[in-house]
Design a protein around this ligand. Structure first.
Ligand SMILES: [Zn+2]
Ligand SMILES: [Zn+2]
Ligand SMILES: [Zn+2]
Length: 320
């Protein structure tokens, strides 16, 4: 099992971009473990994500979600299928029934009856005359017991043809485009949820650390994970992330919560190694006390708050 998780997390590493990272972080932060589709006249949208990632278009959000699903970060469960306009992607679609022969919309249901005595078959309305039923062939009066119901079908009032099923056309209420099932978009509406692998990676810090590593690499740092640095005392200290660029050294460690003993433990290593920045990456935001302790010891706590992703916080520190 743990091997599988590792495999998925390396694949995710390649595919994760800032938005995906931000989305997962925000979802975790807010305890939002699944995102449901909203089917509206304008199409399928993921409203909660539009709120989480403002400025993103529905179609960009969809491709982000698809990408995250392919890379195993999210699971997708099919909720519904929606007919959409091939021209404007709207989902406010009317269905029109047409005559398959002349395409007229002037068609209706007809019940077919047979005049038993003469064997004449036609739609019932052809028999109707002045409130009675008269056979168009033999001109005899047809009473209830004189005919047999054969079935019902559609009938075209323009060309007179009868058919079992009409030709169905769609019309978009948004852009007035007419199309058939051949050209219609038939889109899937999925509910997305964090995959088990993602939940595990988040809990053990893999995912947050990937964000940190990528952001540091993007800024030109040489990054190693689970790396050791020798302190002035000669002791070797292990950090989850060690990043170097010229004379600057940044160290980071992960902890589920920014507990005081974690901060002080990291401070002890920092004191010996003397890096440019010492970061404690956590999933839970620090309390006021923890914030004060971290300030006093010069350990910077990085926690995704929902408004700023870990990567953004790294860039901010590097630009200070
Ligand atoms: Zn349209
Ligand atoms: Zn007849
Ligand atoms: Zn017709």
């Amino acid at each position: 099992m743990s091997e599988n998780v590792e495999e998925i997390s390396t694949e995710s590493e390649e595919l994760l971009d800032l938005k995906a990272e931000k989305l997962v972080q925000i979802m975790v932060d807010r305890g939002l473990h699944s995102i449901a589709p909203k089917i509206e006249q304008s199409g399928i949208s993921y409203l909660s994500i539009s709120e989480l990632l403002p400025g993103e278009k529905d179609i960009q959000i969809k491709s982000l979600l698809d990408k995250m699903t392919r890379s195993g970060i999210l699971n997708a469960k099919l909720i519904d299928k929606v007919v959409m306009c091939p021209s404007c992607r709207g989902a406010s679609i009317l269905a029109k029934y047409n005559c398959p022969r002349c395409e007229s919309i002037d068609i209706g249901r007809a019940s077919i009856i047979e005049h038993i005595r003469c064997g004449y078959l036609d739609s019932k309305d052809k028999f109707e005359k002045g409130g009675a039923l008269i056979c168009p062939k033999c001109k005899g009066v047809v009473r209830e017991s004189d005919y047999r119901k054969i079935g019902s079908s559609f009938q075209c009032n323009s060309c007179g043809s009868r058919f079992e099923s009409p030709k169905i056309k769609h019309r978009c209420m948004n852009c007035q485009e007419e199309f058939t099932y051949k050209d219609a978009l038939y889109e899937s509406a999925f509910e997305y949820s964090l995959s088990e692998a993602t939940k595990k990676n988040v809990a053990k810090g893999t995912l947050p650390l990937i964000s940190i590593v990528n952001a540091l690499k993007d800024s030109g740092y040489d990054v190693s994970q689970k790396a050791q640095l020798q302190g002035r005392s000669g002791t070797m200290h292990t950090f989850d992330v060690v990043a170097r660029k010229e004379k600057r050294v940044i160290v980071a460690s992960f902890s589920f919560e920014p507990k005081e003993e974690e901060i002080i433990g990291l401070f002890a290593k920092k004191y010996d190694v003397d890096p440019s920045h010492t970061l404690l990456v956590t999933l839970t935001p620090p309390s006021k006390e923890e914030e004060a302790v971290s300030k006093a010891y010069g350990v910077k706590i990085l926690c995704s708050t929902g408004t700023q992703s870990l990567a953004e916080q790294i860039y901010k520190i590097l630009n200070e």
